[in-house]
Design a protein around this ligand. Structure first.
Ligand SMILES: C[S@@+](CC[C@H](N)C(=O)[O-])C[C@H]1O[C@@H](n2cnc3c(N)ncnc32)[C@H](O)[C@@H]1O
Length: 246
């Protein structure tokens, strides 16, 4: 698995011609697509994300899963160190350039949320934005996040989810679109119940407490707004309990 460190101007990472892990999440095609839609989306959610990220302590070690093109780097507080876990190597050059422009200390590692290549109890913050939608076994990824977090560390999330019960039309569109979304968008699902899963983990294990989940519906600033199936979102935080790590 690859790793690069970025802290100031350096040679830009060159992805290999072929890479199996990258292909499994959409390869070059999706890396380019996310890059193209990111800025329009970020303009719509900047205030929301700024508020969410404002609880990241200065100087924190932040592990960001599925960091993609690095669209969250702009919201990081001072002096953080970011470890970006990204399976798609074709997103790395853009992410690396963004970190350099913003002066953020970044290490990129190839890996998946279900098996995070980061040491136990080493992170102050674990961050997921639009990633848990692509994780089939969310509970596995959340337990991994708990393993990586220090006691009292913060889990932050910002994810699109299944619409609340009662929103029959949106739910019907979400179920209908789901196979296409899965196929064309790197295993992304429009029917995940991420907020509920995070609460469940906290209730059934002693891994997290102080769970806060907010529902909201941002615009993407592109064609998907017309269908609305990716509009229902949750964002929030949970705190890693101080129980010992295994
Ligand atoms: C929609 S993009 C979001 C990128 C970034 N988090 C953002 O908010 O702009 C989803 C990213 O998650 C990555 N990804 C997909 N499945 C993953 C998994 N199982 N573990 C970690 N990352 C994954 C994809 O390669 C992609 O870069």
């Amino acid at each position: 698995m690859d790793e690069i460190k970025t802290a100031g101007k350096g040679a830009v990472f060159t992805p290999p011609e072929k890479d199996e892990a990258s292909e499994s999440v959409g390869g070059r095609r999706l890396a380019k697509f996310f890059e193209q839609v990111n800025d329009a989306f970020e303009a719509n959610v900047a205030e929301h994300k700024k508020a969410l990220f404002s609880i990241i302590p200065d100087g924190a070690t932040v592990v960001e899963l599925g960091i993609g093109a690095g669209s969250n780097l702009r919201y990081m507080p001072n002096r953080v160190t970011v470890i970006g876990i990204e399976p798609n190597l074709y997103s790395w050059p853009t992410c690396q350039k963004k970190a350099e422009e913003l002066g953020v200390q970044l290490t990129l590692r190839q890996g998946f949320a279900e098996n995070i290549p980061v040491q136990t109890a080493s992170a102050d913050v674990v961050l997921f934005t639009h990633v848990l939608c692509s994780v089939k076994e969310q509970k596995e990824a959340l337990c991994e996040a708990a393993r990586v977090l220090k006691p009292n560390g913060l889990l932050l999330f910002f994810e699109h989810v299944l619409a609340p019960s009662g929103y029959y039309f949106t739910r019907a569109v979400q179920y209908m679109m789901n196979p296409f979304q899965y196929y064309f968008c790197g295993n992304c699902s429009s029917i995940q119940e991420t907020g509920t899963n995070i609460r469940d983990i906290a209730n059934k294990t002693e891994l997290f407490d102080s769970v806060s989940v907010e529902r909201f519906s941002p615009k993407f600033g592109c064609f998907v707004d017309r269908l609305g199936f990716t509009s229902p979102h949750v964002s929030g935080s949970a705190r890693r309990t101080a129980t010992p790590h295994e």
